[in-house]
Design a protein around this ligand. Structure first.
Ligand code: ARG
Ligand code: ZN
Length: 871
């Protein structure tokens, strides 16, 4: 069934208060729910009282104390319950039985390692009790949990604690009251044998908040960074947005079986252990940064998501795009803004651009879905954040802050729409933002091109910008979007030229933002002393593809631009253009050449690296295989891989001395530290190591692996050794496994590295790992670490001409769909990219998609992904 945005209707009944009594038992938990219902005055007067439900065994149903006779209960095929002849208002009481230990979908209430956890967003609450499970029904919750004292010494839910005591036999109870009304997707319950790391925070207005991170016994000493990130997030949100925490406790529980990264349940965030636990020995620098970002993200949802929530799931980006924007800004403030921006753009291009160019392309605010779970996408999250950033750029930071204040003041405790968000920013800024709604409604990545002309006689310089947007499924025709183009002009010596845009009355230095809001527009600059080189899209001021910048300008900008993003970007685009040409040569059967400028760029980067090692590390990396494939009409993953490998080896050889010198000089001397500079130095050093290994020096990687004192260096070396042949490889992988087999998160890395190795026998190795005793399809992190890493992280092998990679993925998806449909749907994605592959590969991919689609009892989510991919 397709759900459409245009079909929205307000809920028939509202639920003012909810009382939930859980009696926990892994095999048979009972849930008693008392809902104070009343008809919604805004809804049709005869709308039925329908409660969502899924897989619930109903034991009792009463209305205002009286048992409801069976003829007033109508069960839908989807598991829902409709009450016939509903009253205008009343107290509905139901008791249901569920089996958390049998819940392998990890949606609703489930067990992991003997403890109880919930995941309700988007539609998991209906797997716990009968309820109008939609975000525009907001209620106050009181939750009482009873369980065996030994099995569940700790029992948590949303809000503040409100009493506890002994219960029958060996059982005990606790009560939680959440004073803030919330939708059901923010409900959470966690219970089990957990220990907490405790700290506290005093808000600006003096509220003392108890902070706790709940983990399995033994994990306590790996929570320090998460706690520190939480406190910094709380301070930052007060300082930057004036937003304070609003309960007496903030709990975080970490669980190792979790479908996504984390979940912002009110007062009780539930996290994948991957985004909580870290020690220098076991976590990479990337892991540390991931923890900081995700902790901040979930904390920031308390206002953007929880206090102000979504009216319906089409508005998902209202909370997700905005909250990603906020966590990006937080991380930028914590470290290097330029490097953070580069990483975010890299991520956007790796995941979102291909999505926008593929069968699942959808607007930031989708028009329809079959399974909402499939729309927790890079488009809704990352592109959604870019759209918020566009508005931020358009109206400026001060007006943006005023707009946020207004947004929250107007919409607190309400479930609202993206229009409400844009309206607040528009009203606060006085800038007409109506055209920006196009960014929410049109799928696809706009292409931007520039042409320019300089007239020495009049000293006028004209810049013509043009946008076009390719069609996407269901949207054949597009209209132009407002594109803020942050830009500057560089003189022939590389210095920034002060300029005067026609109509302005003074010459002005530095970046200015042009607004391109038509298909084509010209901008004329006056009193320009010499023919300039335009620096466009500074800071990546819009999520577009800037095309056709000539190579000589790219080289010039990569060296001279004042904007670090454009410097990095120009180097990447230059390399990409060289590499794509090499791919074409390779396809014609010509021997690969080499562009000296690439080696020169590496030498220059190394020479200047000391000033900003993290930036240098970004600049040193060649464009990724996926990024290159995304720029080809018909991708050639194998040729791309060969070219990239060849280039890396050439650069490693030609710049060997400089790379070796930098590698030596960048070695950590003092104790291990995770500040930005140390992280940057390690990243740069490992980038040097990778070039040297590509040029054939495996001994250096082996030496680093043997002596590494932290996971970043150890893993960097291991992933290089994994690409080689022979004893060093086998020895390192075995040693790593032996050392870390008790640590799930590290073992995931061991699986991933092998799945992503550049070796001809990878598919067999992946099949063998799938059968490895440490592999567990039911654990989402483990499934991702092997299946996802192979299909998304190893394009050359996944797209092997034999089709074996596709066959493996389809086999895994079919097996996983029976266990966890939502995970299966997520992993099937790479098969959907068949249109961008050769005819032969495309046919093999379609055959596997069809095999998935022909599987009986396929989950809704996997069905949606596979059928849309084939359509
Ligand atoms: N709201 C959560 C977050 O952004 C993610 C929830 C994802 N849920 C899902 N069904 N995919 O952190
Ligand atoms: Zn989120």
């Amino acid at each position: 069934v397709t759900i459409r945005r245009s079909d929205y209707a307000p809920p028939a009944f509202l639920v003012d208060t909810v009382e939930l009594d859980f009696s926990l038992d892994p095999a048979a938990t009972t849930v008693r729910a008392r809902l104070a219902l009343r008809r919604n005055p805004e809804a049709a007067p005869d709308a039925p009282l329908r409660l969502d439900g899924e897989g619930l065994a109903l034991l009792e149903a009463r209305l205002d104390g009286a048992a409801l006779p069976p003829e007033r209960l109508e069960f839908g095929a989807d598991g829902s319950l409709t009450i016939q002849d509903p009253p205008e208002a009343g107290l509905l009481e139901t008791v249901v039985r569920i089996a958390p230990e049998k819940n392998t979908a990890l949606s609703g209430l489930y067990t992991s390692g003997g403890n109880f956890y919930t995941q309700c967003e988007a539609e998991g609450f209906r797997r716990i009790t009968f309820f109008p499970d939609r975000p525009d029904v907001m209620s106050r919750y009181t939750v009482t949990i009873t369980a065996d004292r030994a099995l569940c010494p700790v029992m948590l839910s949303n809000g503040n604690p409100d009493g506890s005591g002994a219960a029958e036999g060996d059982r005990h109870w606790v009560r939680w009251v959440d004073p803030h009304p919330k939708p059901s997707y923010l409900f959470a319950l966690v219970a089990g044998d957990l220990v907490n790391v405790h700290d506290q925070f005093t808000t600006r207005s003096g509220r003392l908040v108890s902070l706790n991170i709940w983990v399995r016994r033994g994990d306590e000493d790996r929570c320090g960074h998460a706690m520190d990130s939480l406190k910094r997030s709380m301070t930052w949100d007060e300082e930057v947005f004036g937003l304070e925490y609003d309960l007496d406790v903030f709990n975080i529980a970490a669980v190792s079986d979790f479908n996504m990264g984390a979940m912002e349940n009110k007062g009780l965030n539930v996290f994948n252990t991957k985004y909580v636990l870290a020690s220098p020995e076991s976590a990479t620098d990337g892991d540390w940064q991931g923890i900081e970002t995700v902790i901040a993200h979930e904390y920031f949802h308390n206002w953007t998501g929880n206090r102000v929530t979504c009216r319906d799931w089409f508005q998902l980006s209202l909370k997700e795009g905005l909250t990603v924007f906020r966590d990006q800004e937080f991380s930028a403030d914590m470290g290097s803004r330029a490097v953070k921006r580069i990483r975010d753009v890299r991520g956007l291009r790796a995941a979102q651009f291909p999505e926008d160019a593929g069968p699942m392309a959808h607007p930031v605010r989708p028009d329809s879905y079959i399974e909402i779970d499939n729309f927790y996408t890079p488009t809704v999250y990352q592109k959604g954040a870019e759209v918020v950033r566009l508005i931020h750029t358009r109206i400026g930071p001060a007006a943006f802050r005023k707009g946020m204040d207004l947004y929250i003041a107007r919409n607190d405790n309400q479930a609202v729409t993206i229009e409400d968000f844009v309206a607040a920013l528009q009203d606060a800024s006085g800038v007409d933002l109506s055209a920006f709604m196009g960014w929410y409604d049109q799928a696809g990545t706009p292409e931007l091109a520039a042409a320019d002309r300089y007239d020495p006689a009049t000293r006028r310089y004209t810049l013509t910008l043009r946008q076009r947007m390719p069609p996407t499924p269901g949207q054949p025709r597009k209209h132009p979007l407002p594109i803020p183009v942050a830009m500057g002009l560089l003189g022939p010596d590389g210095a920034e030229l002060p300029t005067r845009l026609e109509g302005e009355n003074a010459v002005q230095a530095g970046t200015r933002t042009l607004l391109l809001d038509q298909a084509e527009q010209s901008f004329t600059f006056e009193e320009v002393p010499a023919p300039p080189v335009p620096s466009l899209l500074r800071g990546f001021s819009a999520p577009v593809r800037l095309k056709g910048v000539p190579r000589d300008r790219l080289r010039f900008l990569a060296v001279h631009d004042t904007d670090p993003f454009v410097r990095w970007e120009s180097g990447q685009q230059y390399a990409a253009s060289v590499m794509l040409e090499m791919v074409a040569a390779q396809q014609r059967g010509e021997a690969p050449g080499f562009d000296e400028a690439l080696a020169e760029a590496v030498s220059n980067t190394l020479a200047a690296a000391e000033a900003d090692p993290a930036f240098a590390a970004e600049a040193l990396l060649l464009p990724g295989e996926g990024f290159l494939a995304d720029q080809m009409e018909v991708a050639d993953p194998v040729a791309i891989h060969r070219v990239r490998r060849h280039l890396r080896a050439e650069i490693g050889r030609r710049c060997g001395a400089a790379l070796r010198q930098a590698y030596g000089a960048l070695a950590d001397t003092g104790p291990y530290r995770i500040d930005g500079r140390s992280i940057g130095r390690r990243a740069l050093r490992n980038a040097c190591l990778a070039y040297l290994a590509a040029a054939g020096d495996a001994a250096l990687a082996k030496a680093q692996f043997d002596s590494a004192g932290n996971m970043t260096d150890s893993l960097a070396a291991l992933s290089l050794l994994a690409d080689t042949d022979g004893e060093a490889r086998e020895g390192a992988l075995a040693a790593f496994h032996a050392r870390w087999r008790g640590d799930d998160l590290v073992l995931d890395k061991w699986f991933s590295i092998q799945a992503m190795a550049a070796r001809p026998d990878v598919i067999q190795a992946v099949r063998a790992l799938y059968a490895h005793p440490d592999f567990d399809l039911r654990n989402p992190n483990r499934a991702r670490s092997l299946i996802g890493a192979f299909a998304s992280g190893n394009p050359a092998q996944f797209h092997d001409a034999s089709g074996e990679g596709y066959r493996f993925l389809a086999d895994a998806v079919i097996a996983l769909d029976l266990i966890n449909g939502s995970m299966a749907a997520r992993l099937v994605g790479p098969l959907g990219q068949w249109r961008r592959q050769s005819a032969e590969r495309g046919a093999l991919m379609r055959r596997e998609l069809q095999r998935v689609l022909d599987t009986p009892n396929l989950s809704k989510g996997t069905f949606e992904k596979a059928s849309k991919a084939l359509a």
